[in-house]
Design a protein around this ligand. Structure first.
Ligand code: BG6
Length: 486
């Protein structure tokens, strides 16, 4: 469905996020006919290019980040003509003439300002946008995560942005919310009859959320070394998924109801005391190892900071203090340079109340619902079945398997495709509200300060493994194990 014409201004338009995600997503929407003819994409950047240089650069990058079958000449030409470049030093008010000129036509188009730059620049950029009279009632601003690096800085950013834009114009993006499998979580839970009655502490033993990446920090070392896995992934992506798993059903789905319910979950998270931080959290950092059989450097070498204490792995045991979830642990973990790329949510059910087949081999595996986000989107329900054969009853775990690609015979769009169009449409349902972001910071802050005060830095793990041994201990001392994929 085509959207209204818009001007899409990307601050940081030559950066990693713009070339890897934003421009490919806009290109693919253009290819599907969703962008009206006079839609423009304007890169605001300090890279010292001009429009033609930028267009050439983007053409090259699209070749790397858009599937080859989607690169057709007609769309490429149309998309190229939409691209524009404005050289600018964001925070310096003297340098805005080029951008202001580019935006001078008053045709009533929607303006999207995408801030794909350091969070410290969000406030100053918004102030300059207001100063140069570039914001009107049809403008929207998109803030990339992490919003700040602490509760205090997040509040300051939210205040500064909120001084220029209404909350309904502010889109705090968490691209995990745009993933098909994450959106499908709500449908799975609330559009099927048989799951919801079991979705509570009477039937569920524990919940695990794992996002493991096999890549290291690569070229993003500058950002990452000041951030770490807790701020980069857990404060946003993992907590958002936890919210969708744990929230109560809203009466209907709209821009506020889902976010209201997610907020209640964040507020119900058991706050971490210093003792909890020691016992229920693990920070890790990778050292040299083998990734897919290839020797790779450790984190410190990669970011060229021999003293870095930044965590590239985090595991946390969390609790949601409410009626539905009392006593059910939520184990969360995420890391870079782990054994493989795998993102999963595991709902592990309690054992049957009475083991009827005590002598059988292979029994005892609990039912699990495995929601896989990456590498392939799908869902698996692990059941117990009788192994065929005449020799008595032998139990075996088997899976009811749903692959999205097979079931729907079409690949899922990238999360950014969906989310960018939602911004243009003005639909914030899949974006984080101010109170959510701040509640998430409030919960992770004691973990950050606990780690900071600790003498020990993050635990080492070899690149290509599944994190430090302390993360295994974290769950095994409860008599459970991490689910390690199919
Ligand atoms: C980003 C993080 O938000 O998510 C990156 O900043 C991380 O560090 C990325 O690699 C993971 O996203 P995805 O969609 O590839 O799982």
């Amino acid at each position: 469905i085509p959207v209204e014409p818009f001007d899409f201004v990307v601050f940081g338009g030559t950066g990693d996020l713009a070339v890897r995600k934003l421009l490919p997503a806009l290109y693919l929407r253009d290819r599907d006919g969703e962008l009206p003819p006079d839609t423009r994409i304007i890169a605001a950047s300090r890279a010292g290019l001009d429009t033609s240089g930028y267009r050439d650069k983007v053409r090259g990058e699209l070749g790397r980040f858009v599937p080859e079958h989607a690169l057709d000449q007609e769309t490429l030409q149309r998309f190229r003509a939409r691209l524009d470049y404005a050289s600018i030093d964001f925070a310096d008010g003297t340098d805005w003439a080029e951008l202001t000129t580019r935006l001078s036509d008053k045709s009533g188009k929607i303006r999207v300002f995408y801030l794909a730059c350091a969070p410290a620049l969000f406030g100053p950029i918004c102030a300059q946008l207001a100063e140069h009279d570039l914001v009107d009632a049809d403008s929207r601003v998109v803030l990339e995560k992490p919003i700040g690096h602490s509760l205090e800085s997040a509040r300051a950013i939210n205040d500064a942005v909120g001084a220029v834009f209404e909350e309904s114009q502010i889109f705090r993006i968490d691209h995990y919310l745009g993933k098909e499998s994450v959106q499908n979580l709500l449908v799975t839970r609330f559009a099927n009859t048989f799951l919801e009655p079991l979705w509570n502490s009477s039937w569920i033993d524990n919940i695990q959320i794992t996002v493991s990446e096999s890549l290291g920090v690569g070229a993003r070392g500058d950002y990452y070394d000041g951030s770490g896995a807790l701020r980069d992934m857990l404060q946003n992506h993992l907590l958002q998924m936890l919210c969708l798993v744990a929230m109560e059903p809203p009466t209907y789905v709209d821009r506020e109801t889902v976010r209201d319910e997610k907020l209640k979950v964040l507020l119900a998270l058991q706050p971490m005391t210093p003792k909890d931080v020691k016992r229920n959290t693990v920070a890790g950092q990778y050292v040299p190892g083998l990734s897919d059989g290839v020797a790779v450097p450790g984190y410190k070498e990669e970011v060229e900071n021999p003293d870095s204490r930044t965590e590239t792995f985090v595991a946390v045991k969390a609790e949601v203090r409410n009626w539905r979830w009392a006593g059910v642990p939520f184990y969360l973990r995420t890391g870079k340079r782990m054994e493989r790329r795998l993102s999963e949510i595991i709902i592990e059910f309690k054992p049957v109340p009475h083991p009827m087949f005590p002598d059988s081999e292979g029994g005892g595996e609990p039912n699990k619902l495995v929601i896989q986000l990456q590498p392939n989107e799908g869902m698996r329900l692990q059941m117990t079945a009788k192994q065929p054969g005449p020799g008595g009853i032998r139990l075996r775990p088997v899976a009811l398997d749903l692959s999205y690609t097979e079931a729907f015979a079409q690949p899922s769009p990238d999360a950014y495709e969906r989310l960018l169009m939602d911004v243009v449409r003005g639909n914030p349902t899949l974006f984080m509200r101010r109170d959510e972001v701040e509640a998430a910071w409030a919960w992770v802050e004691p973990i950050l300060s606990g780690w900071k005060q600790s003498e020990r830095g993050p635990r080492k793990y070899a690149a290509g493994t599944n994190g430090p041994t302390d993360a295994t201990t974290l769950i095994e001392r409860d008599g459970r194990t991490w689910h390690e994929g199919a």
